[in-house]
Ligand binder design. Structure first.
Ligand SMILES: Cc1cc2nc3c(=O)[nH]c(=O)nc-3n(C[C@H](O)[C@H](O)[C@H](O)COP(=O)(O)OP(=O)(O)OC[C@H]3O[C@@H](n4cnc5c(N)ncnc54)[C@H](O)[C@@H]3O)c2cc1C
Length: 562
């Protein structure tokens, strides 16, 4: 299988000869679309997935465009949320060729004096190293792990279920006393800065927790930062940050192969242009190839909420109230990502003996806060916080022996009004995100790595920069480089996602479901948005069948057919 073209292996086909009528059309083949399609096909429905790009997978894809000997994940790389997701686990993708791989250590943060804070897969090893730097930090880490043991699985269940999470919520409530009761709830709701300061004294321990919160756009002083940081840190501690062997495309490829094995079909190079609505129900999808596919049961849209309500639905099919609320929809931060093909490993100072797959480049919570402060002020950050992926450390098949396939991404404002990093006499970054802008940003990011890894530049064989424009061109959902389908801040979560009053996969149009990261519970590769959409569609179909059986009873009785 070619990891950069999972569509070939997965049996995706070209638009010619589209089915005329199916039970369900899924628009978009991101992880949420593929999860939804698998669940619908498992229920015996005929399912057609339309994907506008030539390759499947959305933000779960890999390629060798930078250098033929290296595989780079085009977007996402680490899948702790898939590892903990009951839906993705139940797909048993390992039976369809998916092999997970792990770096020797999960994640780490380098410091200018050459020491590191490292999250090891063994909690005692993590804690012992933290304790060595600051007495009490190791015990505090182990205490956090015990809380996870008591309630972690139930919290994950409650977060991933449709809102309100009745079944999983009850499970979490019954476990709450063991996890510390209301004190635990208060901790999760408190801002990350406060929680990290209360639990730990050393910056390294604080960053093992806090830097995970910076994966989303929640500021360190925002509600939700602790929940996000605790969740990712504890999943990392207990399950690691796994990567698919061969590249992220192998993950999408396995989902696609599973889908085709149960009768689903994927068509690439075919955009879903319009959802046709009749009498308040989605009845067909018009495609960019000029065809109309009739739909018996459901349309699942793995597109962004603004694309669904602003493009795919005709304006007369969108009620004023929804249109008005969609005007308040907030994107998450933009992103600039750099890929490097390196001749050897990153020459980190004091490199840990067990290489972490993920590296967080920022030493303190203040640095994280400075970066998000700049972004909220519409400034390009002066000292960008880098999320770095050492992919050959996690999966040696990604690069020639001894070499490294590296990436780093950082966040930038959606709308730029200035550059906090511009120095006198040098051109600042304008926010047009043209070639000059993204290259300057990449230089700034590379300089951050060079500070902790002198000699880094000499190992660079090739470099590619994907700015906000390049991301969106490769996946229409990544508007301005937003990677979470909309802000993860509380005002756009739960019943407020994507806008107040929706909160679930169901839309105001019968048979039309929003199944992308713009729906609850949001970004990340956990498949919950797609699974919630598929389950809602199947539930409604069962209800319709039951209602029509009940309605036909009098006739059947009269006709002696009962
Ligand atoms: C740079 C980057 C790094 C990330 N890192 C991680 C990570 O390490 N771990 C993690 O868990 N998450 C990560 N994420 C987030 C994660 O990848 C996304 O949250 C996730 O992919 C969302 O899945 P989705 O199915 O909702 O949408 P997407 O993955 O964006 O897929 C949407 C698909 O729909 C297609 N599409 C859109 N409109 C149409 C249309 N009209 N017709 C047909 N097709 C259409 C697109 O082409 C695309 O294939 C990252 C994201 C980015 C961008």
């Amino acid at each position: 299988m070619s990891p950069d073209r999972p569509d070939r292996a997965a049996g995706a086909s070209s638009p010619e000869g589209l089915d005329r009528e199916v039970d369900a059309v899924v628009i978009g083949s991101g992880p949420n679309g593929l999860v939804a399609a698998n669940l619908l096909a498992d229920a015996g429905w005929s399912v057609l997935v339309l994907e506008e790009q030539d390759t499947i997978g959305g933000a779960v894809a890999s390629d060798s465009a930078l250098h033929p000997d290296y595989v780079h994940d085009t977007f996402s790389s680490f899948y702790p949320l898939a590892a903990v997701s009951p839906t993705i686990r139940a797909l048993e993708l390992e039976k369809h060729g998916l092999v997970w791989s792990h770096a020797p250590a999960v994640l780490g943060t380098p410091y200018a004096d050459g020491h590191w804070a490292v999250l090891h897969r063994d909690r005692d090893t993590t804690a012992a190293a933290l304790e060595q730097r600051a007495q009490g930090d190791g015990d505090a880490w182990l205490e956090m792990c015990r809380t996870w043991d008591a309630i972690g699985e139930q919290v994950v269940g409650a977060l991933l279920d449709p809102f309100p999470p009745l079944r999983a919520g009850v499970g979490a409530l019954t476990r709450l006393p063991r996890a510390g009761g209301l004190d635990f709830v208060r901790t999760l709701l408190a801002p990350m800065r406060e929680v990290a300061d209360q639990h730990f004294s050393d910056d390294g321990a604080k960053m093992l927790l806090a830097a995970n919160a910076a994966h989303a756009d929640i500021p360190m002083d925002g509600v939700g930062s602790t929940l996000m940081g605790w969740l990712l840190a504890m999943v990392g501690q207990n399950l690691g940050y796994p990567v698919p062997q061969g590249g992220a495309g192998a993950f999408s490829g396995a989902m696609a192969r599973r889908l085709t094995s149960v009768g689903g079909r994927i068509v690439t190079g075919c955009r879903g242009e319009q959802v046709v609505v009749r009498d308040g129900r989605a009845v067909a999808v018009r495609t960019s190839t000029g065809e109309e596919v009739r739909v018996r049961q459901a349309v699942v849209a793995d597109v962004s909420a603004p694309a669904l309500y602003g493009d795919l639905l005709a304006s007369e099919d969108v009620p004023d109230a929804v249109r008005r609320r969609m005007r308040q929809f907030a994107w998450d931060f933009g992103t600039v990502k750099v890929d490097w093909a390196l001749s050897g490993p990153v020459p980190w100072q004091g490199a840990p003996s067990q290489a972490p797959g993920t590296v967080h480049v920022a030493e303190t919570i203040d640095e994280l806060a400075e970066q998000s402060g700049h972004i909220l002020d519409h400034l390009v950050p002066a000292r960008p916080f880098l999320l770095v992926g050492q992919m050959a450390a996690a999966d040696p098949t990604r690069a020639p022996a001894g070499a490294e396939s590296l990436w780093a991404y950082t966040h930038v404002p959606q709308e730029v009004r200035g550059d906090a990093g511009a120095s006198a006499g040098t051109a600042g970054i304008t926010g047009k995100w043209d070639h000059d802008d993204v290259e300057r940003m990449a230089d700034r990011m590379q300089a951050r790595i060079e500070k902790y890894a002198p000699g880094f530049a000499e190992r660079v064989v090739a470099r590619r920069v994907l700015g906000p424009r390049e991301m969106q061109a490769r996946d229409a959902n990544l508007v301005g480089g937003a990677l979470n389908g909309g802000t993860a801040n509380l005002h756009q979560q739960l019943v407020f996602r994507p806008v107040p009053g929706l909160g679930r996969a169901e839309t105001h149009v019968k048979g039309l479901y929003l199944g992308s990261a713009s729906a609850h519970p949001g970004g990340g590769v956990h498949g919950a948005c797609g699974s919630n959409a598929a389950r809602a569609a199947l539930g409604h179909a069962r209800l319709r069948t039951a209602v029509s059986v009940v309605r036909s009873l009098p006739q059947r009785v009269a006709g002696g057919r009962l």
